[in-house]
Design a protein around this ligand. Sequence first.
Ligand code: NAD
Length: 245
Amino acid sequence: MGRLDGKVILLSAAAQGIGRATALAFAKEGAKVIATDINKSKLQELDEYAGIQTRLLDVTSREQIEKLANDIEKVDVLCNIAGFVHHGTILECEDTDWNFTMNLNVRSMYLMIKTFLPKMLAQKSGNIINMSSVASSIKGTVNRCVYSTSKAAVIGLTKSIAADFIEKGIRCNCICPGTVDTPSLQERIQTSPYPERALKDFLARQKMGRMATAEEVAQLFVYLASDESAYMTGNELIIDGGWSL
Ligand code: NAD
């Protein structure tokens, strides 16, 4: 028996990194997974796994989200994972960077929750898990100005949803990783002027001396999606190898 048997779980950013590992972990625990992303070719790789159906979805498009909601009858767990890291202080952050980041990292969650929450309220139960980061209101982080601002907003959004709908059977938590070894992190390292130095810097902030694997973060998603965490809502769960100690 799986810990998520029969649960319908919708998640974004499933084509790679933490989202992909999470989709696979959910399916392994018996969930019916609706895995979405904008990257068609990578997303389709998930089609071969039992329990996973894939669907193209740009989480910044209200129209696409509403269309998906019309096609799905029931969602037990909604995981908002899509996000983007802008590198730089406020002085390197232009209006376009600010708007792009806030749109993808925060407004997308507003749109997804606003669209799928009525279904959860109708079924008198629902579980929302948002992706935040330790680089947020938890820890001041260099060169992550708009990113940290957006991830702090995710914590605020999470607590607000949790407080407003606790009596309606809805819970909402967020996950705050430190540095996780994913394709986009590797790309940030490789495209930096000094890749070796960049890798060393990323490792230096992880007190355990290594990055998290996407699978380790996925296990926290499994726990929050399962009934084992039924008494938890409004929390920001830190999984950061001691970075914020
Ligand atoms: P990633 O950056 O490797 O992949 C992101 C995925 O999001 C890609 O598959 C991409 O196609 C998809 N995506 C991008 N724009 C989209 C859109 N408009 N609609 C739908 N999908 C879209 O992923 P990752 O590094 O695993 O990060 C996933 C989440 O975890 C992000 O929110 C990120 O901020 C957060 N996070 C990552 C780390 C880390 O170190 N990797 C640490 C803390 C938090």
